[in-house]
Design a binder for this molecule. Structure first.
Ligand SMILES: [Zn+2]
Length: 182
């Protein structure tokens, strides 16, 4: 039995109650975001080309949204915001300096960014949890291939290039979360 999702505006209000300075801004046209786009293209040798069009990024408490944001359904926005709220809580827990250090700095060496992988594992568990709540376990199970590709591929700078290990994490997380939401 799936829950009805709140509207994305209601969920944003809920996030703002917890993080008063939270805001959503468009990446396109923001100078720093354009600079990050160029930087990512260079360090991933062109592998990461969708930073401005498809990727959502939390930076210093603001959610920077790509072109794709306007085309997303209400439900997809809420599921995404559930993931990003975890990053806001991590930032609160770790502080900006440590969060940036763990998240951005270990881009060197590309391919073994364990700190970044840990941060994303925690946030993607929330993606799995929200997907189970609103769409059911089968929909969550269908996320597996795409998630493995994200961890091992260029999207996050090849942060954890071990597909079997990511697959094991996914299976274990799905099993555990589907039990706790039952
Ligand atoms: Zn994330």
């Amino acid at each position: 039995m799936s829950l009805a999702a709140p509207s994305s505006a209601d969920f944003v209000a809920e996030i703002c109650a917890e993080f008063p300075s939270f805001s959503i801004r468009k990446k396109r046209g923001a100078p720093l975001q354009n600079a990050i786009d160029v930087f990512l293209r260079v360090v991933t040798l062109g592998g990461m080309r969708t930073y401005l069009t498809n990727y959502h990024t939390v930076l210093f408490g603001t959610l920077w949204v790509p072109d794709h944001w306007d085309a997303m359904s209400e439900l997809d926005k809420v599921i995404l915001l559930r993931h990003e709220r975890i990053h806001l809580r991590q930032r609160k827990r770790m502080g900006d300096v440590l969060m940036a250090f763990v998240y951005i700095f270990p881009i060197f060496p590309l391919g073994l960014a364990y700190g970044r992988a840990r941060i994303e594992w925690e946030a993607y568990e929330e993606t799995i949890r929200a997907t189970i709540e609103f769409l059911g376990v089968d929909a969550a199970r269908a996320l597996k291939r795409g998630l493995i590709a994200r961890f091992v591929g260029p999207d996050y700078g090849f942060m954890w290039p071990f597909p079997k290990m990511v697959a094991r994490w996914f299976d274990e997380a799905l099993e555990r979360i589907s039990k706790e939401t039952r």
